[in-house]
Design a protein around this ligand. Structure first.
Ligand code: MSP
Length: 651
């Protein structure tokens, strides 16, 4: 019987990056919660989708010679098929380009406006001309790495949302709904932010084309967040499911969900979601995953080599949900062998094989060992309550406590010895041992099924169950809930993996997937040379100059001696380039999105050596590195096919 509805969401992902393991992290966690809630008897809907508007997307499309519509179809589909490949069950997939969604965004806007919370004003900000977008984190005077000139100040007419009117109402709301934001640390951040007082928000743009038009004033399009957040309602519009029970998000988008979104809804007089839960970041070997570092991991190669469940298990067991955590291939294979192969896989195969060998495949009828029964009952309750607080790692730890309890029990009972003793007492003990192991395994299957849906189903069938495991409810966690049955055909789950070749295989597939995705996005793959297919920059009508003018430019061959990222500037690299002088030159170049520092060391490049030095992010750049600039694409450094000495002049 249904306990009622439960509606949960993941963020809708931007289409300017291809899906990676960070996106999978949220989606796997959300889908696991959906499975727990189904097991608890709720009628659950999980939505995800894609966030498809904005200048970045428009530019990426143009760079590939595609219309924005064609481009977003391609990448949105990439997300959708990724969830399919990972066997993640998504109930609704919403896209911000869905026309029905656009209508609802307009309805929300008009409702806020009718209630007096929208007004027209002017927005002034620093504007990047090449990318045609306001740069939120720049200060006046900061240099635009794409033009080498300071950002321009631009003023445009926008619609504003009166966020300032909601400071007190929001604080009151958080007070009355202490569970609205979780975990606690995030709730405190939100309270501190709102207590400072809120400023009005610009929610439309006239400088952007690729967006949902404001129906009542079509010169404007909605700015991304007002548009994006509304998918949570448009995805289930007409289904009587709003308000959502849970928005699961990463911590970097907390403010939008816990402050702006409830304020928009309060302004419109629409119901508010019940809970926003922000998890931490998934790092790669303790480092932030990013394109410039070239350390982004894709989930499908892992799933292909180790199985989807191994990936799910690792993400949810290794990292305490809510905190940051680290991914590494070594840790992934290590966990797999320790917990899945030696733990669950081993318990399943020894239990099923003993039943087959000693009792011809029939699980004997017995009471079961009181100690194991108590362990299973207690640990199952603890695991369920951990699941309910989204504490997956502890839910799994409790489940695995049952496994280790049974492992110990089997060793103590030594059924292989009991099997050789035909006395009534020994045979009764053997029955009890086999029943206890099989019943504990059944309970473990139910408990672990939200995280390991495929392998627990396989064990479930081998235990002789005919109904699908995912229809089991929490009642089936009660010890002895099911009469013992004849087991099915046995086949091992989670075979042990040899770490080295397993990791090597995954990394090979990763490389292939990285290249495929890069091609799809029309960008150079992170670790390989920039793609040749990028569109050339628009031809500039450069004035004719004399040879004397040209000879004023001191172009020199240089060799990169060191390269590092510039803190706080995604696009910049700090280089030291030897151009045949006593000391290498310091050069700050806007090439970090195209080249990793390591790739550049020892590389021969062309330097403009007599440019006036200029300060960028506290570093004095003593020259400029020459690169082809590609419209919407990454810069490509000029170089030489033959060997050239450092310091040689280009004339
Ligand atoms: N489009 C917005 C969200 C709009 S929701 C109305 C957006 N998109 S995003 O593509 O950048 O996705 C961000 C989300 O992806 C994070 O909040 C998180 O859920 C997930 N993650 C992406 N990379 C991640 C990690 N490295 N680690 C953990 N989560 C990650 O923001």
């Amino acid at each position: 019987m249904s306990k009622g509805k439960y509606y949960l969401t993941t963020p809708i992902y931007y289409v300017n990056a291809a899906p990676h393991i960070g996106h999978a992290y949220t989606t796997v966690a959300a889908e696991t919660i959906a499975r727990v809630k189904r097991m608890e008897g709720y009628d659950v809907v999980l939505t995800t989708g894609t966030d498809e508007h904005g200048t970045k997307v428009e530019r990426a499309a143009t760079a590939q010679g595609k219309t924005p519509g064609e481009f977003v179809d391609l990448i949105s589909n990439e997300f959708r098929t990724q969830w399919q490949k990972l066997d993640i069950r998504i109930d609704r997939f919403q896209r911000t380009t869905n026309p029905e969604h656009g209508k609802l965004v307009n309805r929300l806007f008009e409702a806020c406006k009718a209630n007096g919370y929208i007004y027209k004003g002017t927005y002034t900000g620093l504007y990047a001309v090449v990318s045609e977008s306001f740069v939120n984190d720049a200060k006046p005077g900061d240099i635009d790495p794409e033009t080498g000139k300071p950002y321009e100040e631009l003023t445009e007419e926008n619609y504003f949302f009166k966020l300032s009117a909601f400071t007190h109402r929001l604080l009151e709301f958080y007070e009355q709904n202490p569970d609205f934001v979780g975990p606690e640390i995030r709730r405190n951040e939100v309270l501190a932010f709102v207590k400072q007082g809120l400023q009005d928000l610009s929610i439309t743009r006239t400088s952007i084309k690729w967006g949902i038009p404001v129906e009542s004033d079509p010169a404007h399009v909605f700015y991304v967040w007002f548009d994006a957040l509304t998918t949570y309602i448009s995805a289930i519009f007409g289904e009587n499911r709003w308000p959502a029970d849970l928005h699961l998000i990463g911590k970097e988008i907390l403010r939008f969900h816990a402050v702006y979104w409830p304020a928009f809804l309060m302004a419109a007089g629409w119901p508010l979601p019940k809970r926003v839960f922000a998890h931490g970041w998934l790092l790669f070997e303790n480092d932030k995953m990013s394109k410039s570092r070239g350390n982004i991991v894709r989930p499908t190669p892992i799933a292909e080599v180790m199985g989807v469940d191994a990936l799910r298990y690792f993400l949810l067991r290794e990292i305490v949900f809510g905190q940051d955590g680290s991914f590494s291939f070594d840790a992934l294979v290590g966990r797999y062998n320790a917990d899945l192969a030696n733990g669950l896989g081993n318990l399943a195969s020894r239990t099923l094989n003993m039943v087959s060998q000693y009792r011809e495949g029939v699980i004997p009828t017995a009471e079961g060992d009181a100690g194991i029964r108590e362990t299973a009952t207690k640990q199952a309750a603890l695991a369920l309550s951990a699941y309910d607080s989204f504490d997956f790692s502890h839910a799994l730890e409790h489940t695995w406590n049952i496994i280790s309890g049974v492992d110990k029990f089997i060793v103590e009972r030594a059924p292989w010895k009991l099997a050789k003793d035909q006395s009534e007492e020994a045979q009764r003990k053997l029955d009890e041992t086999l029943y206890t192991a099989a019943e504990a395994l059944r309970v473990v299957c139910v408990l672990a099924s939200p995280v390991l849906p495929h392998t627990t189903q396989a064990i479930w069938t081998q235990l002789g169950n005919e109904s699908p495991l995912e229809t089991e409810q929490t009642e089936s966690l009660v010890w002895g809930a099911r009469p013992p049955e004849r087991i099915g055909n046995i086949s091992a789950v989670f075979p042990r993996l040899d770490p080295k070749p397993t990791i090597q295989r995954m990394q090979e597939l990763e490389e292939a997937e990285k290249r495929r995705q890069a091609e799809l996005l029309g960008k150079p793959a992170e670790s390989s040379a920039p793609a040749e297919s990028s569109a050339p920059a628009a031809v500039i009508d450069a004035p004719t100059i004399s040879i004397d003018d040209f000879s004023k430019v001191d172009l020199r061959v240089g060799e990169v001696k060191s390269a590092e990222n510039v803190k706080g500037a995604d696009k910049l690299l700090h280089l030291r380039v030897d151009i045949g002088e006593a000391e290498p030159r310091t050069i700050v170049a806007g090439i970090a999105l195209a080249y990793k520092p390591d790739q550049l060391i020892g590389r021969k490049v062309v330097i403009v050596a007599n440019l006036q030095p200029r300060k960028l992010r506290g570093l004095t750049s003593q020259g400029m590195i020459v690169a082809a600039s590609l419209e919407g694409g990454a810069p490509v450094l000029a170089g030489f096919h033959e060997d050239v000495p450092v310091g040689a002049r280009l004339k």
